[in-house]
Design a binder for this molecule. Structure first.
Ligand code: TA6
Length: 329
């Protein structure tokens, strides 16, 4: 069927086409100018909880909630999510967010009198609007500094004054850096001791495709055997049942390979000598209310930690820990 247009109709049609084509061109330009710049955005996340989105020039991004200073997303330049968050995660205090990168402080697991994994992951942190200057070490980075100080309620359960500064940085190349600075601000002269971890949940194609490299000949405490000490003999750790180990004095660089995705996570750490490897597997997954039954297949935790030798700070002293995650090397 042919439609015959008069010259007037033809002019109108051309005009309309021109109008829409300029709209399309305009929207492309607007979009590329927002993705083409690095930025820091403060916005509302799930359940109205505040979160910060860091974006880099080539498209990578990081999301961190003020609740727990909890990283919940890290995407590469292609927009692929690298961090696992459970679809059953409850974004509602005081429940910690299931997945992401919980900050474990001042107590790892039940190694003390506090609730398991301490309280930093279920406190509301604040943004430091006037952070110390960036080090030249990570040029063209975008970052946010989050602060945690104890409330009077916190002091009743852990009677130590401290300041915890967590700098969340997204490098130009898309690396995620977590830099911790914990200072003993107790004026009355008491030291305190803590254990610590970045409880990173990596997103993987399938747990059967995963290897963790770097633990050969290291000692570990097996959490599934009352923390009995063993020595690791394999170079590449694979996981095919519940797995929960604290590897002691690990190298500064570890690798997590995802063969199906042909992805290689590089985990670089400083001041965080230990590394926890965790996957709950099927039976235990069913006991965790905010974790899907099948989700154990799509995550593995490799946690940069300071557990074997707890850190002690005298008044005025500070401790620094640094974790750098990359996928491109
Ligand atoms: O880091 C491993 C671990 O301590 C496991 O024992 C397991 O319980 C996991 O952390 C999760 O703990 P959560 O308190 O977040 O349920």
């Amino acid at each position: 069927m042919f439609i015959v247009y008069s010259s007037k109709q033809m002019m109108r049609l051309l005009h309309t086409l021109f109008f829409f084509s300029t709209l399309i061109i305009h929207s492309v330009i607007v979009e590329s100018s927002t993705t083409g710049n690095k930025s820091v955005e403060i916005t509302k996340g799930i359940n109205g909880l505040e979160k910060i989105i860091l974006r880099q020039t080539h498209g990578s991004s990081v999301e961190v909630y003020l609740y727990g200073a909890h990283v919940t997303s890290w995407k590469n330049d292609q927009g692929e999510e690298l961090i696992f968050v459970s679809r059953k995660a409850i974004f509602s205090p005081p429940k910690p967010i299931r997945g992401g990168i919980p900050v474990i402080f001042p107590q790892f697991s039940n190694l003390g009198s506090l609730q398991s994994h301490g309280f930093a992951r279920n406190r509301l942190w604040t943004i430091d609007d006037n952070p110390p200057p960036v080090t030249s070490e990570v040029p063209n980075a975008v970052f946010v500094d989050l602060l945690l100080k104890p409330t009077e309620e916190d002091l009743k359960i852990w009677p130590h004054r401290f300041e915890f500064r967590l700098r969340v940085t997204l490098s130009r190349g898309g690396d995620l850096l977590l830099t911790s600075c914990i200072r003993n601000t107790d004026a009355d002269g008491k030291p305190f001791t803590f254990t610590f971890a970045h409880h990173t949940y990596f997103s993987v194609s399938n747990i059967s495709e995963v290897e963790v490299i770097g633990m050969k000949n290291l000692d570990y405490l097996d959490n599934l055997k009352n923390r009995t000490r063993f020595t690791e003999h394999t170079d590449a750790i694979t996981i095919d049942s519940e797995f929960d180990r604290i590897y002691l004095s690990t190298p500064k660089k570890l690798l997590l390979l995802d063969h199906e995705k042909r992805r290689r996570f590089v985990i670089r750490k400083d001041g965080l000598p230990d590394a926890v490897v965790w996957n709950p597997w099927e039976a235990r997954a069913k006991t965790i209310v905010d974790f899907g039954e099948e989700e154990y297949k799509y995550m593995v935790c490799v946690e940069a930690a300071a557990i074997g030798k707890p850190v002690t700070l005298k008044p005025g002293e500070e401790w620094n820990g640094r974790l750098q995650l990359s996928t491109r090397h």
